[in-house]
Design a protein around this ligand. Structure first.
Ligand SMILES: [Zn+2]
Length: 63
């Protein structure tokens, strides 16, 4: 588990140095380096899918 205040450490393409960004809580990377399949990305996706499912359900219920 990531500790609050931990450095991201991802190699930046521009400088080639480890990223100095602070990691997002619960992940090992900063906000800038969150990938599609990072914990945050997956959470985001799941939330979106949940909303989509709810919307579809509401639609079918109305009829
Ligand atoms: Zn970073």
């Amino acid at each position: 588990m990531a500790v609050a205040g931990q450095k991201c450490g991802a190699r930046t393409k521009t400088t080639g140095r480890p990223c100095e960004g602070t990691v997002v809580k619960g992940t090992s990377r900063c906000r800038k380096h969150q990938g599609e399949w990072s914990a945050l990305g997956v959470l985001d996706r799941r939330e979106r899918e949940l909303k989509e499912a709810k919307r579809k359900q509401a639609k079918s219920r109305k009829k």
